[in-house]
Write a new protein. Sequence first.
Length: 345
Amino acid sequence: MSDAPQTYSGPDRILSGMQPTGGLHLGNYLGALKNWVPMQDTGAECFFCAVDMHAMTVEYDPAALPDRVRGVAAAYVAAGVDPERSAIFAQSAVPEHAELNWILQCVARMGWMERMTQFKDKAGKDSERASVGLFTYPVLMAADILVYKATHVPVGDDQKQHLELSRDIAARFNRDFGGGEIVFPLPEPVILPTGARVMSLKDGTKKMSKSDPSDNARINLHDDADTIAKKIKKAKTDPEPLPETAQGLETRPEAKNLVGLYAALTGTSVEAVLAEFGGEGFGAFKPKLAEAAVSYIAPISEEYARLIGDKAEIDAILKRGAERAREAAVPVVAEIRDRVGYWRP
């Protein structure tokens, strides 16, 4: 990619990942995964991980975690990420993430961490009982990026603050330990295209989420055609017909969500959708939306089902990906160990 920082002369590298805290859904695909695929054509080295270390910051089932990592890897491949061109791996399989995390914990400052808004959102009123990892996980996220000296990171609105923290940490390390050299690049955001912001099918004011207790709130990438149709049929709406202009959607979150979803699935605009369906009720619109969703997701869900049924293939992809990731991470951490003054024989 051409916009790498001019002061850093290392290779262009892209890093991103998703938590294995549940099956990936349509919002994950439209908001991130879909956009990772063309990044493989930029000439940058691509690293896409399942961030299972981050999954430990809240309550989780250790017995289920390995299969959830496999599920994330299968979804990446089904969505079009090529394991021959990109490293697909489990974060925990590359121990350099954890080692660099400690060093960066000692570089980051409490004031920086206290400004992170997601801890307050996730911990809620019971923050004193939250794990320390939930408070400090943005530093681990910085380590995820900097252990590869990644120059570019795809981000959505909810991750911009964490990328800024990564840049602050990289700059502080360069100043304290660089000896006048640029050790870490300041990672640049790759702002994802402003596609559909996919919201919950049960509450149009909330994002579609893996952690929603109701499976009917999301369309999973592994859902079959009947399940998708049933979920859309049950999706929350309002009693009014669809408006004829986008302005008429502004006070109707559920209608806005479903219209935006149809536009994203069919590659058209909200205005074009309303030109076709404006004035009609949801009884006419929902079957068309279900048809579009099934057609769109079918190739992904079929490939996902094939992959998830072959544990050996997924494990082989994860193993190869971890080996490639370590090839990049090990020399970085070796350099950093020397710069911070670790003993070695």
